[in-house]
Design a protein around this ligand. Structure first.
Ligand SMILES: [Zn+2]
Length: 135
């Protein structure tokens, strides 16, 4: 059998291209687990020094954190003129995100950043409904 790597659709061996998206079919689908590590931004530092401190803190705790700019390819150095704080994001592998959050809350480098993170946590539906009922 042949498979479309995009649609995950199964085709007969005689078919070489996906009828839906035109992608070349493959003999078997590669499991999602084999895809490259996905990094998530765990922290946005106000400056480079803080970012490096956070990375060092996480690394010393066993979390393979890194600065965001290390993930960008050639030409990344052209970004600063756009005003993008591309060198201040702290990335960790997705599976370490929870551990990193706990570590940062245990020793927050900046209280203001912590306050922002709390605001990003949305009120749950149950809490919102409870507040409405209380009115
Ligand atoms: Zn397809």
């Amino acid at each position: 059998m042949s498979w479309c790597p995009h649609c995950k659709t199964e085709y007969l061996d005689t078919i070489t291209r996906c009828a839906d998206c035109g992608a070349a079919l493959v003999a078997e689908l590669v499991p999602e687990d084999h895809s490259p590590r996905r990094f998530v931004t765990i922290y946005n530092a106000p400056d480079q020094q803080t970012a490096e401190t956070v990375v060092a803190t996480l690394q010393s705790a066993g979390v393979p954190a890194r600065l965001q700019h290390e993930t960008l390819g050639p030409g990344a150095g052209m970004l600063p003129h756009l005003g993008i704080a591309w060198d201040r994001g702290v990335l960790v592998p997705q599976e370490y995100a929870e551990q990193a959050r706990v570590l940062l809350q245990a020793s927050p480098p900046d209280e203001e950043e912590l306050a922002q993170e709390e605001q990003e946590n949305p009120v749950t539906l149950e809490e919102a409904e409870a507040r409405v009922r209380d009115l």
